[in-house]
Design a binder for this molecule. Structure first.
Ligand code: ADP
Ligand code: MG
Length: 730
């Protein structure tokens, strides 16, 4: 019983909670600590000269570039604040197309001519940087001869200090773009999509007579799911170390069947991890709010209070970084992969999205007056139109080799994009399109001038976990995002698609009104027509049912079941137009993104295939052959005792073992040649197709035999921690 695996199991059982660094025991202390490590507006107001502060605040509010005249003062103040808080270095922090964040640290300290050092941080160093970034994916935008990539301060997200026990670093959130000015990151298009949404939504507000709103913002609250695995066990699995998911592993006899994990008592080691993560997040001004056990054993969730989309996006990346980092301190590995374990639920990220105006009014909140009511219906129609006409764009916001294991796997929404509105709101829409009153109507129709719009039901927050895009009372919850993914792509897609729909609607209403129609008449004409056109995107039924795929096909809703199929459509003119129309992405930027995403898919699958073959050759097969040799020995010994013909059941075991070993050897060789063939394929699309069609099916076939062998081979000989150990030891 002294195999490395058994030792790791004993260590995992013996592990006790690590004390969080310091616990803000009273809620009041946690509140006081909020934003402690952030160079936010209140710090700026305190430390900057008033005229500089006013200029900077305006820059932030209006989303403008920083005035270079004040940059030196801002930089100096920021540096002093950071040094007081123990920072020795600063970094421009950006979001390259790797899907992760990137940073390169520079010391504040700078040598002088007389052999001394001073601390230095100029306005120029704050505003722009030029990371030696030729190794980030650019999809061909940046050829090596013009390999420069630039970072530029994004003042809309405050700078912050990451305060690790080994030193503190000032992080400056930045955009990342090429020499030719093209976006090499996900923040630039996100900001462009937010301003497109704002411009178009303002047109609608003006039509409704709103003169006070100056901008419209998208708000996002991402609910983040993840797994924790004991680190002693995880390090024995090269698959968890390298690709964050188990490539083989027989089901645990007990998984999530008893439904005893969801919302269950949080194990104390996990609780201590959560406390530590939340403490750091609070210091970074991230409003971590909710934590609980998720459906699968070993699975948990953290959710912040919603924020403006660009800030929420940065904060979600920081949250993921912090969880990975803090897990190590607590003796865990944090798995953010969409499908770390077969047979139990994978992890997603629910992207709660709403839009509000500069007066703080949520435009997706049904109103109490006829006027608000009508305005809500216009925004609702725009969302339905955006999602219906441009559902491929949304699907593209969720692509990734990891998420393919989850979407449509009866635990996550299908790859078909539809909208859940709930019975009551759907009835309202049907009554508008048919002109008849709603069935469940409790009060009479509400008069909106000459039109009759039904009153909206009070509670519309029905739940349907099978829908990718559900209306939950005053926001939409997009549930197809993968747990490891940045939320930027899906919000870029949502904002761009809805901006297009708002543009269409505003153009029609403005034309009708300038032709002399009253607003109510124009609405009366427009809304029934729009709802009728877009009702096919509404689906309140069970998204997991096979009949839905058929029904969706009848409704002509696209069903791109995997990332490669979806990505092929990135370059369709109607998809590109959604981004081109309001300048969210240029054609060159889109083609680069298509290329990068296909390449990343292909590399992920190739790495997994290669790794699985290695694990089978060097870890699984040798142990299986040892088991086979022992089984052969038992057959020989049994025959010796009982006679030549009397070892039937021993032979049966030997034969079963051998059958699967032979099959596994054969499949491993197939896997090796599938990887080779894929790597040798020309063209990124063809390569991605080869990864999907040649590698993934053979990996599944390998897994079938490996998982059977896991149950056949004597437990002591199995080198990899098993699901029962990974999922249940916390
Ligand atoms: P659940 O979906 O688990 O019931 P909630 O509905 O309370 O939980 O909230 C889930 C997430 O949605 C949280 O991050 C929350 O801040 C966010 N959220 C709540 N209201 C809005 C809104 N108007 N716009 C965007 N996100 C919101
Ligand atoms: Mg939710």
């Amino acid at each position: 019983m002294s195999s490395p695996r058994k030792k790791a199991v004993f260590k995992a059982i013996a592990a006790s909670p690590v004390q969080p660094s310091s616990i803000e025991e009273k809620s009041g202390e946690a509140c006081a600590a909020f934003g402690r490590n952030v160079f936010g507006l209140s710090v700026m107001r305190k430390r900057l000269p008033k005229d500089v502060y006013d200029k900077l605040a305006k820059t932030i509010r209006d989303g403008e570039r920083l005035n270079p005249e004040i940059a030196d003062v801002v930089a100096n103040t920021m540096k002093d604040w950071a040094i007081e808080r123990g920072a020795t270095h600063y970094t421009h922090w950006f979001h390259p197309m790797t899907g992760l964040t990137a940073e390169k640290h520079d010391a504040f300290l700078s040598p002088t001519a007389d052999g001394q050092v001073i601390s230095e941080f100029s306005g120029k160093m704050l505003i722009s940087g030029e990371p030696d970034a030729s190794s980030f994916p650019s999809g061909g935008i940046r050829s090596t001869f013009e390999a420069r990539g630039y970072t530029a301060w994004d003042p809309s997200v405050p700078a912050f200090i990451i305060d690790a026990s080994y030193g503190a670093t000032l992080h400056i959130p930045t955009y990342f773009y090429s020499y030719s000015g093209e976006a090499l990151d996900r923040k630039i298009p996100l900001m462009r999509s937010i301003s497109a949404l704002s411009r178009q939504a303002l047109r609608i507000l003006r039509i409704f007579g709103n003169k006070s709103a100056t901008y419209v913002r998208a708000n996002v609250g991402p609910e983040q799911e993840y797994f924790l695995v004991d680190k002693n066990l995880a390090v024995l699995r090269p698959d968890l170390l390298l690709v964050g998911r188990t490539l083989i592993g027989a089901f645990s006899s007990k998984g999530q069947e008893m439904e005893d994990h969801y919302f269950g008592a949080i194990p104390s080691r996990v609780m201590s991890f959560m406390q530590d993560v939340e403490r750091e997040l609070v210091a970074l001004g991230i409003p971590a709010k909710t934590r609980h056990n998720e459906v699968a054993p070993g699975q948990f969730e953290i959710a912040p209070v919603y924020e403006e989309a660009n800030i929420a996006c940065d904060h979600n990346m920081l949250t993921m970084n912090m969880m990975r980092h803090m897990a190590a301190k607590h003796g865990f590995m944090c798995l953010l992969h969409e499908k770390p374990f077969a047979g139990v639920n994978g992890s997603g990220k629910h992207n709660n999205w709403s839009i509000s105006d500069s007066d703080g009014v949520n435009l997706l909140n049904p109103g109490s007056t006829p006027q608000d009511n009508a305005q809500f219906l216009v925004f609702l129609a725009a969302v339905l139109r955006g999602v219906h006409k441009h559902s491929v764009v949304l699907r593209l916001g969720t692509v990734g080799a990891g998420n393919d294991h989850r979407l449509g796997a009866n635990e996550a929404p299908p790859a078909i994009i539809s909208v859940y509105l709930g019975e009551q709101l759907s009835e309202v829409l049907e009554s508008i399109t048919s002109g008849k009153s709603a069935k469940n109507k409790k009060s009479p129709f509400m008069e909106v001038g000459v039109s009759t719009l039904p009153p909206l039901p009070v509670d519309m927050s029905d739940r349907n976990r099978t829908s990718p895009f559900a209306f939950t009372g005053n926001k939409f919850e997009f549930r197809a995002v993968g747990s490891s993914q940045s939320i930027a792509p899906v919000n870029i897609a949502l904002n761009a698609a809805v901006a297009c729909a708002l543009d269409d609607i505003a153009t029609e209403l403005e034309a009708a009104i300038s032709a002399g129609a009253k607003l109510n008449e124009a609405l009366q004409e427009l809304l029934p027509r729009l709802f009728k056109e877009h009702l096919p995107i509404v689906f309140n039924g069970n998204g997991y049912a096979p009949s839905w795929a058929k029904e969706a096909a009848r409704r002509k809703l696209p069903n791109y079941a995997n990332s490669v199929t979806a990505l092929e459509h990135y370059s369709d003119p109607e998809v590109m137009n959604v981004f081109l129309r309001h300048g969210v992405l240029s054609e060159r930027e889109m083609l680069a993104r298509q290329d990068i995403l296909l390449d990343s898919y292909c590399k992920t699958v190739c790495i997994e295939g290669h790794l699985l073959a290695d694990m089978l050759r060097s870890m699984i097969l040798p142990n299986c052959l040892e088991a086979q040799a022992r089984a052969a020995d038992v057959v020989v010994k049994t025959r010796a005792v009982l006679g030549e013909k009397n070892a039937g059941s021993e032979e049966e075991y030997f034969n079963l073992l051998r059958t699967h070993i032979v099959a596994l050897q054969k499949e491993t060789a197939k896997l090796e040649s599938a990887v080779e063939k894929t790597l040798a394929t020309e063209g990124v699309l063809e390569q991605a197709k080869s990864a999907r069609d040649a590698i993934l099916p053979v990996m599944s076939e390998c897994r079938v035999h490996a998982d059977i062998l896991e149950r056949l081979v004597e437990d002591n000989l199995w080198p990899l921690p098993k699901y029962s150990e990974l999922l249940w030891l916390h």
